[in-house]
Design a protein around this ligand. Structure first.
Ligand code: ATP
Length: 251
């Protein structure tokens, strides 16, 4: 199956090995080519974190992958699975629906409610099904958003700075939760983050978007648990920071 949007070709992968295949992707706003011949592939079940300076085009890429960029008339090829789910920085829950109804929204099947309850239990929110979104903390709302995504068993989970608005302690808890959910469900994940440590903690590979293309693509070959403080961790962290244009003090 293939759909065409302007010059951009979107297709469903033919094999189970590649969840995402992007080749020569161009996305321009006016004269400005935000994505400029971008190539990127994700294997099925692979967890990739994407870093990049503000305005480098990370959200633009995610929107294209999620099929949300209706004006995309760029060049290149983009191939993504049928079942894609997106988690944003804000949970985007419908305030007039209770928690369970937010998770079941758009779900079909007689067991939709039961699946939603299971997903809520997985993110630690059993018993909060009847709460209104406004009654939940930011971290709890983001957990509902994760449950809403995972109950759909996506082949590809796109996450756009999902923990960026949370405090450090809640963020650390969310890392543990996401790692556990990933192990259980095994979607391919593309996580956009500004946090180098978050990228190293969670991903199999970290890519840096710069100048409209993937400027660095580094595997995270660190033994678990990945703790800051080991020489290998420090080397990878520094390479990424340098690639992001952050001055790293020597010595
Ligand atoms: N609809 C649009 N119209 C015009 N310009 C846009 C549009 N969407 C994005 N851009 C521009 O494209 C560039 C990349 O934006 P994008 O949101 O993808 O960056 P980002 O890397 O996600 O940034 P941040 O890390 O700050 O969230 C920015 O300069 C932005 O102004």
């Amino acid at each position: 199956m293939a759909t065409h949007t302007g010059g951009l070709t979107a297709t469903v992968p033919e094999t189970g090995t590649a969840a995402v295949r992007i080749s020569g992707l161009v996305r321009a706003f006016g004269e400005r080519r935000v994505l400029d011949g971008l190539d990127l592939s994700l294997r099925a079940g692979e967890f990739v974190a994407m870093l990049g300076r503000s305005g480098s085009g990370k959200s633009t890429l995610l929107r294209a992958l999620a099929g949300l960029d209706h004006d995309a008339g760029g060049e290149g090829e983009l191939s993504a699975p049928d079942h894609v789910s997106v988690v944003f920085q804000d949970a985007r829950l419908l305030p007039w629906k209770r928690v369970l109804a937010n998770v079941t929204l758009g779900l079909s099947g007689a067991d939709a409610q039961e699946r939603a309850r299971t997903a809520l239990a997985e993110v630690g929110l059993a018993g909060r099904e009847d709460a209104w979104p406004v009654e939940l903390s930011g971290g709890e709302q983001q957990r509902v958003s994760l449950a809403r995504s995972l109950v759909r068993e996506p082949q590809l989970l796109l996450a756009d700075e999902p923990f960026g608005a949370l405090d450090a302690l809640t963020r650390a808890r969310m890392h543990t939760l996401l790692a556990r959910l990933y192990e259980r469900h095994r979607p391919a994940v593309l996580l956009v983050t500004h946090d180098v440590d978050e990228a190293i903690a969670l991903a199999d590979r970290v890519v840096v978007l710069d100048g409209g293309h993937i400027a660095a693509d580094l595997p995270v070959d660190l033994a678990a648990p990945r703790r800051p403080g080991t020489p290998e961790y420090a080397v990878l962290r520094e390479r990424l920071l340098v690639r992001l244009g952050v001055e790293v003090p020597s010595g």
